[in-house]
Design a protein around this ligand. Structure first.
Ligand code: UD1
Length: 417
């Protein structure tokens, strides 16, 4: 079990480069299966979700060759259409392999995916979208067997703009003859980046970033060298870290337009937020003001992945804040841990009511999912005394060496394995 210890109260200052987006690179790693030519991914972040996706490819016979922060992926010798069970259960993004495997091999077998426990997280939209493309799907004993021999381009109308379903269907359709249209799809920036990545391999995807995507099938994709976008959730988390420590932090390799929903709220809280094309500076006031109402929504709404970090910030803001989680049903596991640190929060159904207190105190707390774990780190940075975060390996799924980066900004933070 990994553990992070923080002696709180240090003001964060300085500048920090934002790493590559987990949610952009994970589907791209799966997307490498769309071609038998080598693909080079640049600025690959050192996080466990990425390592697990690479391991899945290796176990399927692919060659994954790191070279500094680049990784060359050669899937020409793929020898399987089944994703290894234990890895699929460790990482939800293994489901992204379904679309590319069908496109490449016309066959795929996966188990129901795992990942953070933040709600039911079904994959019905992925499967119904694939069925709309004439994939035959049989679910038995926890396995999903897909046969794509009769796959055809077509129209997929999603009932909900699921990020993963949009990406999976997009990848399944890339090599199909004719035009596929995905209506009511997700508009997240990571979807735009995935479309760019596939188009850089010769794909013909249009409309990514709007609610209708069209994919004109091509017979083959070639290799590419691609640098995925920076991580908007990591960027938002460090922006909040500056806010809760009365800090003055500049984030580089950032894209302000991707997190404008958060930046607006930081300004309302009293932070001075200055943006340039690829930098964001957050200068915090002595005491933050509570943001009355926050509701998580699909992009461009307030991101569910920043709900936990933002809630941590509200615990020490002046006033009352009402935070509603609309995207995932059980995403408030950090609340009981924050309460251990002196936060005043009540949760009813999908809404948390936070009564800000002047300060938190350190305690021993337990990370229970990735973003909830990050929220506990933020709380620990502002708390009086020592906070110990157990189960810190959850944080490593999506933040690259978080404690080292925060230490460079002046935090008193260390890790024990
Ligand atoms: C992606 C992100 C995750 C983020 C989420 C929402 C990646 C690797 N992960 O997850 O960090 O929190 O988007 O922005 O990109 N749903 C269904 N049926 C489905 C699919 C989803 O009911 O077939 C529901 C989910 O249970 C959830 C909601 O739709 O309540 C949103 O899920 P989705 O947009 O699919 O998120 P993910 O792709 O899993």
């Amino acid at each position: 079990m990994q553990q992070i210890t923080i002696f709180g109260g240090n003001r964060l200052q300085g500048s920090l480069e934002i790493e590559t987006a987990k949610n952009a690179i994970l589907p791209m790693i799966a997307g490498c299966l769309l071609t038998s030519a080598p693909v080079v991914l640049c600025k690959v972040p050192c996080i466990t979700d990425v390592q697990n996706m690479f391991e899945i490819l290796r176990r399927m016979g692919c060659v994954v060759q790191p070279d500094g922060d680049k990784v060359c992926i050669d899937t020409s010798n793929i020898c399987q259409h089944e994703i290894p069970r234990e890895l699929a259960q460790a990482i939800r993004s293994s489901i992204f392999m379904l679309g590319p495997l069908l496109a490449r091999q016309k066959k795929a077998t996966v188990v129901f995916p795992g990942g953070c426990d933040i709600g039911a997280r079904p994959i019905d939209l992925h499967l119904s979208g694939l069925r709309d493309l004439q994939v035959e799907i049989c679910e038995q004993h926890g396995y999903i067997y897909c046969n794509g021999e009769r796959m055809k381009a077509g129209v997929v109308h999603l009932d909900y703009p699921s990020v993963g379903a949009t990406e999976n269907i997009m990848m399944a359709a890339v090599l199909l003859k004719g035009r596929t249209t995905i209506i009511h799809c997700a508009k997240e920036p990571e979807i735009v980046d995935l479309a760019k990545f596939i188009n850089s391999m010769g794909g013909k995807i249009k409309g990514a970033g709007t609610d209708t995507i069209t994919i004109d099938g091509v017979s083959k994709l070639h290799g590419t060298t691609y640098t995925p976008m920076p991580d908007r959730i990591v960027c938002g988390t460090y922006a909040i870290a500056s806010a809760v420590t009365q800090g003055d932090v500049t984030l580089t390799n950032a894209r302000p337009q991707d997190i404008s929903a958060l930046l607006t709220k930081l300004r309302y809280s009293g932070c001075q937020v200055k943006c340039k094309r690829d930098t964001i500076s957050v200068q915090a006031p002595k005491r933050l003001r509570s943001v009355l109402n926050v509701e998580t929504q699909p992009y461009p709404g307030f991101p569910t992945d920043l709900q936990a970090p933002f809630l941590a910030m509200q615990t020490i803001s002046n006033g009352i804040s009402v935070i509603t989680e609309n995207v995932f049903e059980t995403r408030f596991k950090h609340v009981s841990e924050l309460v251990r640190m002196g936060a005043k929060i009540t949760v009813k159904n999908r809404t948390a009511i936070v009564q800000g207190v002047p300060s938190l105190y350190g305690a021993e707390v337990m990370a229970q999912d990735l973003r909830g774990g990050a929220a506990l780190v933020l709380a620990g940075l502002t708390a009086h005394g020592t906070t110990t975060i157990k189960n810190a390996q959850y944080i490593d799924r999506g933040y690259e060496r978080m404690e080292q980066k925060l230490a460079l900004l002046g935090a008193n933070i260390s890790r024990q394995s």
